[in-house]
Ligand binder design. Structure first.
Ligand code: BEZ
Length: 322
């Protein structure tokens, strides 16, 4: 079966018209008709209902179109990927949120440089929210963030969940206590720093406000508190996690940060574990759907190798999605 026949059928079926398909393919109506007729003879099935105006596919034709559409897309992306592999781009632009910089990101990058010495790696500090636009604009090839996005153009891999810890000024009453319950923090001032709020689909809890109408809590830290029915009485919002930790060090309040930030200002801040095992912050790898960068597969290998070496709990993803 010739690819040309499949492509002729696909274009006519997609546009629902021979005359539009003429414009797109540059083929004449008799040529398009002949190619489709030959395809029908190849598979012994009538694909187009020729008695209908405007053009309609037969039920078998509709089924065939859906399958051919997937195959042609896959073929296109395979060709692009193969071309990229033969002429690999010499740069990889990585977007990241500041909180992953305190964890494994530096180790991941230096290991990736060892594996791909000729690859030029550029790191860009970009919020999870902005990473989507940056990917679409081609500013970055991959982003590491803390939020999943509701966007069908993105390929998002959940790498792992990182436990939150409580960051308290050294002089705080709870500074020496382990396994703190969020209820114990209700009277302290909580410093909030997230610029991105949870998508509504991720919000599993509502709390009644004064009028008993449901109130959706989409700020990530407040959402954790609300799940324990422990909404804090006082909060302060700041622009980022480093400012939040600066305020904690100054005794202005307390906050929750992913475990990997425990080394920041540890002379002024006490980091304590939380009793709630589900109080975690996810780490996502985010890229555009195919075509992908040929370094992705090695990047994932490097991340998983480091997780294995360090005994990090993670969820391995089938690499074929990239
Ligand atoms: C991690 O800490 O698991 C991580 C950090 C940056 C990029 C990828 C993973």
């Amino acid at each position: 079966m010739q690819l040309k026949r499949l492509k002729a059928f696909h274009t006519v079926a997609q546009l629902g018209s021979f005359s539009d398909a003429i414009g797109v393919t540059g083929l004449s109506q008799p040529t398009l008709s002949r190619l489709i007729k030959q395809l029908e003879e190849d598979i012994g099935v009538e694909l187009i209902d020729r008695y209908h105006r405007p053009l309609q596919l037969t039920p078998a034709g509709g089924f065939f179109y859906e399958k051919v559409d997937l195959i042609l897309r896959e073929l296109d992306s395979t060709i692009t990927l193969t071309q990229k592999m033969a002429h690999p781009p010499d740069t990889l632009n990585i977007g990241f949120v500041p909180s992953v910089l305190y964890g494994l990101l530096p180790t991941i990058i230096s290991r990736l440089k060892q594996r791909l010495p000729s690859l030029d790696i550029h790191l860009k500090d970009i919020s999870s929210f902005r990473q989507v636009d940056a990917l679409k604009a081609g500013e970055i090839d991959v982003g590491f963030g803390r939020f999943a996005h509701d966007d069908a153009n993105l390929n998002q891999l959940l790498l792992r969940h990182e436990r939150y810890v409580v960051a308290l000024p050294k002089i705080h009453d709870l500074a020496d206590q382990h396994d703190i319950h969020l209820k114990q923090l209700q009277d302290s001032r909580i410093i909030l720093y997230h610029q991105t709020h949870l998508p509504i689909s991720n919000i599993s809890i509502t709390v009644p406000d004064n009028n008993d109408a449901p109130l959706f809590i989409s700020e990530p830290l407040l959402h954790l508190f609300s799940k324990q029915s422990a909404l804090p009485h006082h909060t302060t919002s700041v622009s980022d996690i480093q400012v939040a930790l600066g305020l904690v060090a100054a005794g202005e309040g307390i906050t929750l940060v992913p475990d990997s930030l425990k080394s920041v200002r540890s002379d002024q801040i006490s980091y304590r574990t939380l009793i709630h095992e589900d109080a975690t912050s996810p780490i996502y790898l985010c890229a555009l759907q195919a075509p992908t960068h040929p370094a992705f597969s090695i990047l994932l290998d490097v991340i998983y190798d480091i997780y294995e070496e360090r005994g990090v709990t993670y969820r391995r993803i089938n690499k074929s999605v990239f």
